[in-house]
Design a protein around this ligand. Sequence first.
Ligand SMILES: Nc1nc2c([nH]c(=O)n2[C@H]2C[C@H](O)[C@@H](COP(=O)(O)OP(=O)(O)OP(=O)(O)O)O2)c(=O)[nH]1
Length: 135
Amino acid sequence: MSESAKPVDVAVGILMKSNGDVLLGQRPDGKPYAGYWEFPGGKVEPGESILDALKREFLEELGIVVLGAEPWCCVEHVYPHAHVRLYFYISRAWEGEPQSLEGQAFAWQGSLGVGPLLPATIPLIEWLDRLRYAD
Ligand SMILES: Nc1nc2c([nH]c(=O)n2[C@H]2C[C@H](O)[C@@H](COP(=O)(O)OP(=O)(O)OP(=O)(O)O)O2)c(=O)[nH]1
C-alpha cells in the first residue's frame, strides 16, 4: 500500500451559536480546493489528540479559544490530493471573536449562503440542519 493511500486525520470544528448559526471559512489560495468553503480545522499532527488539534487550529486560524467541543461524526473521503478522515466536533463554548489570521474569509451562516463547499462536507449540512432546527 502506498503512503498516499493511508488516511490523514483531520480535526474539524463547527462553532454553533445559540440561534443555530455556524461558522464557515474559505480555503485560502495555495491549498487544494482554494476558494471552497469548509468548517475550520486542519490536519492532526503526530502525537496530538484530535481535540488538541482542533484547539490549535482554531487558535492559529481564527484566534479563538475553544472551551469545549463534543465529537459529532466522522467521514472518510478520497480526494485526488489526499485520503482524509474527518473528525467533526461541535462547540457551543468558546472565547473570542473570529479574526482572519491567515487571510481567509469567514462567515456565520444560518441557512447556507456560501459555496461551493468541500465535497466531503456537503452531506453534513443536511444532518446539521436536523440538529440545529430539531425543535
Ligand atoms: N478544515 C476542513 N477540512 C476539510 C473539510 N472537508 C474536507 O474534505 N476537508 C479536507 C480538505 C483537506 O484535504 C483536509 C484538511 O487539510 P488542510 O490542508 O486544510 O489542513 P492544514 O490546515 O493542516 O494544512 P497544511 O498545514 O498542510 O497547509 O481535509 C472541512 O469541512 N473542514
